[in-house]
Design a protein around this ligand. Structure first.
Ligand code: ZN
Ligand code: ZN
Length: 154
């Protein structure tokens, strides 16, 4: 019997969260990990209590949906709201983080970013990550492999 690797497990969690996204422009999920434990998770969505893009359409300004809080920010804010330290934590995200999320991830003291897909990787985001010594690595996610593990169990 194959045990799921931690990387696959946490990346699967990020992808499960992405299925909760309420903005259809991009379904993103993020999971924050400390000592192989999930401490927070987030997906692209509106401010709590606000209408969802999937119900009312996106609120577009300069080509961006301004209604949405990004998955990475939602995960960080969940830690902030609940008083959970993000220092030296690791984040798994479905897509390479945007510039703003990259800055917040660095500033929150997160030391490692694993992302499954490249997405408009911003050169300044990469520069900031290199300068701050935050490790970032692409960990492709193979949903079929995970599904096969369930089928093999059955
Ligand atoms: Zn939207
Ligand atoms: Zn972002």
């Amino acid at each position: 019997m194959d045990r799921i690797k931690w990387d696959d497990y946490f990346m699967a969690q990020a992808h499960l969260l992405s299925l909760r996204s309420t903005c259809q422009r991009l379904s993103v999920g993020a999971t924050i990990i400390k000592d192989n434990r999930i401490i927070a998770g987030g997906y692209n969505g509106s401010v709590a209590g606000e209408v969802h893009c999937i119900d009312d359409g996106c609120l577009i300004e300069n080509g961006h949906c301004i209604r949405t809080i990004h998955a990475e920010m939602n995960a960080l804010l969940q830690c902030s709201k609940q008083g959970v330290r993000t220092e030296n934590a690791t984040i798994y995200v479905t897509h390479f983080p945007c510039l703003n999320c990259t800055k917040s991830i660095i500033q929150a003291g997160i030391k490692t970013i694993y992302y499954a897909q490249d997405y408009r990787n911003h050169p300044y985001a990469i520069e900031l990550l290199q300068q701050s010594g935050v490790k970032f690595e692409k960990v492709p996610f193979d949903a079929n492999h995970i599904a096969q593990m369930f089928l093999d169990e059955a």
